[in-house]
Design a protein. Sequence first.
Length: 114
Amino acid sequence: QVQLVESGGGLVQAGGSLRLSCTASGRIFRFNAMGWYRQAPGKQRDLVASITSGGSTNYADSVKGRFTISRDNAKNTVYLQMNSLKPEDTAVYYCNAQALNTYWGRGTQVTVSS
């Protein structure tokens, strides 16, 4: 059993920054990719950013230049540094990890006020 636990969400004013963390625990094998998705009320869950075990990254167009994803393989942790936050970034952010199976965290709320 693998658990993903997110932290770092909260309320911030537009233009501010937050850093999300997600740590995996349990019977962990090597994750091929880890990433962050987000879901706003009434909308589908969309990819924000992902990173492979080798460090290759992928970002949604809406966050390029503002968000940075990184991971520490030794700690089984993935981070999302979010700068220049906008009200439209408001959503529940979910951690995702892919190995033989796909795992999800329970989500952390990010609210950006205008």
